[in-house]
Design a binder for this molecule. Structure first.
Ligand code: ZN
Ligand code: ZN
Length: 264
């Protein structure tokens, strides 16, 4: 059972959640930042949705995707960033995340049942009360309390995600009340939504993780051209780093990095 939990944890935390590759071509940045062209409208199941431009990745984000500030990537069908496994939960690892929660829940139910049985057995054998067991075997009592709290936390999380699956909504869409005033174009009915979330074939990763990283010569050339002092390579790289940092507050104040599509 422990092995199952570990395997599901590895699957959920190491798989590509659906990262959308960046586009480093400068001309697309110009298109995206010009007034009036930061969004496009596309039709999904007869409902018109607005697809927004990500200034960091320099792409028009696919519907339901979002830029994660922690991972610094646009992720397809972004659900949330899970701090417990330090990974985005998106299109390609959502079902593994659910399997991880479910196996965790079964694991903690087993621990709680077994530790409760041990506590009761000790009470019967020694004739002492609960406080007697705490003094003689505090580790069993601590396990019972910890697993009891975990069961409620994981159970609540699993019920919430089961509810989201039946509606075909991501956690982010639900928190933002995305479909409060308009129909959900992705809703296929309960059975269709279950099939899509758990049984449809996952698309291959769009990122080539074995590709060689190439320096962004366009940015460095611009800095070289605009630079008045600091000819050495170190100062160039520092200016390049600062120029990237300056972009972030502007983006976050404008959209908190979490804007993607808006239903018309
Ligand atoms: Zn992005
Ligand atoms: Zn993330």
């Amino acid at each position: 059972m422990t092995l199952t939990v570990i395997i599901n944890l590895v699957l959920a935390s190491t798989r590509d959640p659906g990262v959308v590759p960046r586009n480093d071509k400068s001309q697309l940045e110009e298109v995206g930042t010009s007034i009036g062209s930061r969004s496009r409208r596309i039709s999904v199941s007869g409902v018109e949705v607005k697809v927004k431009y990500c200034r960091i990745c320099k792409i028009f984000r696919p519907p339901r995707s979002c830029h994660c500030t922690v991972c610094d990537n646009c992720v397809e069908k972004f659900d949330h960033h899970c701090p417990w496994i330090s990974q985005c939960i998106g299109l390609r690892n959502y079902r593994y995340y659910l399997m991880f929660i479910f196996s965790d829940l079964v694991f903690f139910i087993y621990i709680f049942a077994f530790s409760s049985w041990r506590i009761r057995r000790k009470m019967v054998n020694t004739g002492s009360g609960v406080f007697g067991v705490i003094q003689s075997a505090p580790e069993i009592f601590a396990l019972a309390v910890f697993s009891f709290v975990s069961i409620w936390f994981l159970g609540g999380l699993l019920v919430f995600h089961a509810y989201l699956i039946t509606l075909n909504q991501t956690a982010r869409e639900n928190f933002k009340q995305r479909y409060a005033k308009s129909p959900n174009p992705y809703d296929k009915g309960i059975l269709g939504n279950l099939k899509e979330a758990l049984f449809t074939r996952l698309p291959p990763s769009k990122v080539n993780f074995r590709a060689v990283v190439e320096p962004n010569w366009g940015s460095i050339t611009r800095i070289l051209t605009n630079s008045t002092d600091g000819d050495d390579e170190a100062s160039i790289m520092m200016q390049h780093a600062f120029s990237r940092k300056e972009e972030s507050p502007q983006e976050s104040s404008e959209s908190e990095h979490f804007e993607e599509i808006e239903l018309k």
